[in-house]
Design a protein around this ligand. Structure first.
Ligand code: SF4
Ligand code: SF4
Length: 228
């Protein structure tokens, strides 16, 4: 079987004497046996840390969880600075967490029941693999879009009863935030943790409405009734 890797200096196709293995295992085999210069990121090797996220045939996967298929094309995550081959710099994209002010703004005491925990339990499982960010088509046209994982984190804290100023979070995600999302669902589809950023963005839109915000795109739409 063969797989092709998008390296910094072009695509290289490797023949592998192994099959039915994870992409990460295949990459280590290539590095050890065929191409010592091949560069990629990995850490836990068990789907927990999110370090090894790449794109295979245009879709984001964790290399340690994906089983290679003959003819696969492996590329680095999109919208990230490529440091070398499949290794990208994720730090700049994580700055979006600051834009979304995705942490408690005004902590207050509150009783946390098991029912409350379930509201944002899933969002807390985010491993910051950046797969959702790489899959989002909005970033193609708006590089300043806050993006799915930071908005999911914003939802996690805006729904936390210990947050004493939900409005602060809501205010900070209006520009380049929730209304820029097209609700395409790519982020939800690729998330290895089963998180649903699209739904979280919808929930943030609903909360925004409670604070008097509405979709700015809707306000500027021309419905062809201009003469009436
Ligand atoms: S649902 Fe929204 S945030 Fe998610 S990938 Fe689509 S446009 Fe991006
Ligand atoms: S929301 Fe999912 S896909 Fe996005 S960074 Fe977190 S774990 Fe990765």
């Amino acid at each position: 079987m063969t797989i092709t890797v998008q390296k910094s200096n072009g695509r290289v196709t490797y023949s592998l004497p192994i099959e039915g293995v994870t992409l990460l295992k295949a990459l280590y085999h290539i590095k050890k046996s065929e191409d010592n210069s091949l560069t990629f990121s990995s850490n836990c090797r068990s789907g927990v840390c999110g370090t090894c996220a790449v794109r295979v045939n245009g879709k984001e996967v964790l290399a340690c969880s994906y089983t290679i298929q003959d003819g696969d094309l492996v590329e680095p995550l999109t919208y990230h600075e490529v440091e070398r081959d499949l290794k990208v710099n994720k730090q700049k994209r994580r700055e979006t967490l600051k834009s979304a002010t995705a942490w408690l703004q005004a902590p207050q005491e509150a009783t946390i029941t098991p029912e409350i925990v379930t509201i944002s339990e899933k969002q807390s499982d985010c491993i910051l693999c950046n797969s959702c960010y790489s899959s989002c088509p909005v970033l193609e046209v708006n590089p300043n879009f806050i993006g799915p994982f930071a908005l999911t984190r914003a939802y996690r804290y805006s729904s936390d009863p210990r947050e004493g100023s939900v409005k602060t979070i809501i205010d900070n995600i209006q520009t380049n935030g929730i209304w820029d999302c097209t609700l395409c669902g790519n982020c939800t589809e690729v998330c290895p943790q089963g998180i649903d950023p699209k739904m979280d963005i919808n929930m943030l839109r609903a909360t925004s409405s409670q604070f008097g915000y509405s979709d700015p795109n809707f306000q500027t739409m021309d419905f062809g009734f201009g003469g009436f």
